[in-house]
Design a protein around this ligand. Structure first.
Ligand code: ADP
Ligand code: MG
Length: 399
């Protein structure tokens, strides 16, 4: 029925673990050594800033990807996912290479292959069964939840990997996504999945990946995520085009990274790009977005929901008009949420589909969710999925 709002609730350990252990026994025989979980994420603000050496402010979701893992000493890898029942894979870790295996398996096999490169790892292998409870492909980073859940499991199980800290592990997961799965990613997703703090957003300085945990100080407000379920196929090419435009601007401006221009007079910088209107719009987004991230941190410290909401809206407008990565579904979601009383709303993630978020007073969440749902139907769009986003814990082993 399209008349009901569709919620995607986060699941508890108890709702997943027994089923996952039983499925592991069916898939591989016997019991796993343990079960691990890694969260998806939502980015409060700071979009397309990561590959420009800027700031972003994501938090880990209560929605997680679980994996049951058993170490084996023989160099073999077996992987299966409850979300991809016909695409299990089995082979030698030594033979894993970029794109082989491909598809979803690359995210896991890439992590295993990279970790196995280190001389300290010794002979390793694993049986891995995944159960992903982060909506797939919704811009909430099910991909990082997938790679990070396997990564933390291996570090816990393989004695030779005990010294790999979370920062190094995030780099491993980024490499797995970039090189093995062929998915462009700037590092925000893996960092927050592995290094978030429960109850906090994570300010990431993407110039050096230094982190500041920022307490969530708006107890009367909630972050409502609107998964538009739209995935426009131009996303990959457009992501590369945005990166190219930023690199072109850096060359014109004589800097290695747009980050070097933080604090500079924006109009003066844009003037130096005279004639390249596209680069001007892209750079204006990046420079103003960095300021908005730091302003949102200050708004959280001041417990100022109104200001936080205003910054989110400004971010959306900049992404829509200057960076040109929004789309109709995201704009409908943002406009409907604001029209129904949200303090702020914006697209989140790379754009061209995926999810939007809204900052909403707790007593208005149901009303805003319904208004968004109805706006989609009125526009002839497929009903969105809604989820409540709560700043949650990083990847961990289930007790
Ligand atoms: P997002 O990370 O925002 O969810 P991506 O396109 O980056 O979107 O990643 C989605 C891809 O990650 C899927 O197409 C699939 O290849 C892989 N994936 C994520 N979770 C799972 C899972 N539980 N089982 C199988 N594949 C998964
Ligand atoms: Mg992803």
């Amino acid at each position: 029925m399209t008349h009901e709002v569709t919620w995607s609730p986060a699941v508890t350990d108890a709702e997943v673990e027994p089923h996952l252990r039983a499925a592991f026994a069916r898939e591989f025989g016997g019991a796993p050594d343990g079960v691990w979980a890694a969260p998806g994420r939502v980015n409060l603000i700071g979009e397309h800033t990561d590959y420009n050496g800027g700031w972003c402010l994501p938090f880990a979701l209560a929605h997680r990807t679980f994996c049951a893992v058993r170490a084996r000493p023989d160099g073999r890898l077996r992987v299966a996912s409850r979300q991809a029942p016909d695409q299990a894979w089995e082979g030698e870790i030594e033979q894993v290479a970029p794109g082989a295996p491909g598809g979803w398996v690359a995210y896991v096999a890439g992590v295993v292959a990279i970790l196995a490169e280190g001389p300290a790892a010794g002979p390793m292998g694993a049986d891995i069964l995944v159960d992903g409870r982060v909506p797939l492909g919704a811009g909430l980073s099910s991909s990082a939840a997938l790679s990070c859940s396997s990564a933390v499991a291996l570090v816990d199980l393989v004695p030779g990997l005990a010294g790999v800290d979370r920062a190094a592990l995030a780099e491993v997961c980024v490499r797995a996504e970039n090189d093995y799965a062929g998915a462009a990613t700037g590092g925000m997703d893996q960092t927050v999945s592995l290094r978030a703090e429960d109850g906090h957003a994570l300010l990431i300085d993407c110039s050096d990946f230094s982190l500041t945990a920022v307490p969530w100080t708006l107890p009367e407000h909630e972050v409502l995520v609107i998964d538009t379920r739209a995935h426009h196929s131009l996303a990959d090419g457009q992501y590369a085009a945005r990166r190219d435009a930023c690199e072109r601007a850096c060359r014109s401006l004589g800097v290695d990274s747009l980050r070097e221009l933080h604090g500079a007079d924006v109009d003066e910088v844009l003037g130096r790009l005279g004639g390249d209107a596209e680069a001007q719009r892209r750079v204006r987004h990046v420079l103003t977005e960095n300021v908005r991230v730091l302003d949102l941190v200050a708004a959280l410290e001041a417990q100022d929901a109104e200001e936080a909401g205003r910054l989110m809206v400004a971010s959306h407008v900049s992404l829509r008009d200057d960076y040109e990565v929004s789309c109709r579904e995201l704009d409908v979601a943002v406009d409907a949420a604001l029209g129904a009383g949200a303090a702020g709303a914006r697209m989140t993630g790379g754009g061209f589909g995926g999810s939007a978020l809204a900052l909403v007073r707790r007593d208005q969440v149901d009303g805003v969710a319904r208004a968004v749902h109805e706006a989609f139907l009125a526009e002839g769009l497929e009903a969105p999925h809604l989820l409540r986003a709560t700043p949650s814990a990083p990847a961990h082993r289930l007790p």
